[in-house]
Design a protein around this ligand. Sequence first.
Ligand code: TNX
Length: 536
Amino acid sequence: MTYRIPLLSLLLVIGLAGCKQNPPTDLTKENLIPKPVSVTATASAFELTKSTGIYIEGESAELEFIGQYLADRLKPSTGFDFPVSQTKGAPKSGNIYLVLSGTDAELGDEGYEIDITEDLLTVTANKPAGLFWGIQTIRQLLPAAIEQNAVQEGPWFISTGTIRDYPTYPFRASMLDVARHFFSVDDVKRYIDLISMYKMNVLHFSLSNDQGWRIEIKSWPNLATYGGSTQVGGGKGGYYTQEQYKELVKYAQDRYVTIIPEIDMPGHTNAALASYPELNCNGKAPELYTGIKVGFSSLCTTSEITYKFIDDVVREMAALTPGPYLHIGGDESHATKLEHYIPFVAKVRDIVKSHGKQVIGWEETAQINMNENRPEEGIRGDLQDKSSAASAIAQYWSSTKHALEAVDNGSKLVMSPAKRTYLDMQYDSTTKLGLHWAAYVEVDSAYDWNPTTLVKGIKRENILGVEAPLWTETIATMDEIEYMVFPRIMGIAEIAWSPEEGRGWEEYKVRLGNHARRLEALKIDYYKSKKVPWVE
Ligand code: TNX
């Protein structure tokens, strides 16, 4: 009897004799996070070689930048050059081809299709963002060693087939608190790199709090120079100059990440109150604060100067912000009476709108029923009018009541339930960093929930997206950030991006476990949960 061996298999066997790895040939077996909408396999492989180039269709500085971004990701570990060039029509065999097509409605603004044959790796999208997210997928289709910073042996195969993918939610965020502890420009850039790897497109940047004011405001300079001069536990704190901030905005934009600055008010304002006595109702500036209590500070909501201050800060922040949103905080304002809080929030919304930005506030800002009408004190009981609140986005973190008020107002919600998405919550009782007031949040708990079923009365159409906040009262270094954020953020990124149907912890944990070597190659100091079957 004679056996006929298909030519390709024969060539692969001969070609690979002596190599450590066989080429993968089943695209459906790849452990992608977030999981794509659809994957079909065609049982062969494409190889990156020293002669692979990156071709962009047509003339576009933006596509060239994306091509170069991909080249920069692939160069250090492969040692290949990956020259980026323009083309008209598909390039010759062995290359990568990035194309904007604009005709595939299902893919929307952020979706992409990757077609891999033995000859060509093509990424198609309607918009540049789609190509960028497609590139994040390509990184994960290559061996983990692709993420190393020094030349590795290879070979660099990718299984053939087609991936079609697009996000469930348009808002996929993480929050970084740089107020409780200050983090350098380079740390924030790394944070942006890490979240964008999992197709998150929003960095909610918490820039002010009781312990520190972290952004230069030219019209109120003491905010940064004095209000930014310490942090939790003491120490020197810090702040970003407007030039540094612009650099971060640009860095994020280049990765299709929108920065949403948060200036928290009327509470969480001790650093501002300490910097300017006139912001206090009693005209006296408190000391700077380096503890971790919340709910004790408030701007003076009944004085004119407070609104002048807010108008100046919002004007400067709006000018620094190309994105559509400004976050006004509004959480835990326990030192502000509700009848002052509600009109304050309405006024601040108007200020933000007057500077051309859309308002986001924590869930408390959805309250409109203050049941008070004391015109002699300037308090109007007619603020039950929903129109001011309706256009604002509310960020759910713990109160079903406030979340339902937001829905009733007609607001959209960002879902960041503390029990599931707070990255400062300890994994379990042995975790050294973090807090546990909401819950211990193990890796399975952060993954195993659905935004659409979490709170009765909040439906898919009410939800703009999902956010994982990292508060930093107990977190002082980039290593500590990474330990708390990874791997939980990967699961939350998947919840925000991937279809709800077919998601499940048992299947996800296997995919996650297969990311161990990739995380190590990226030098991410992650928490090795025992619940995950890590493959090292
Ligand atoms: C609650 S949740 C806060 C923050 C704290 C955090 C600590 C919310 C909107 N505010 O001020 O840092 O808990 O987990």
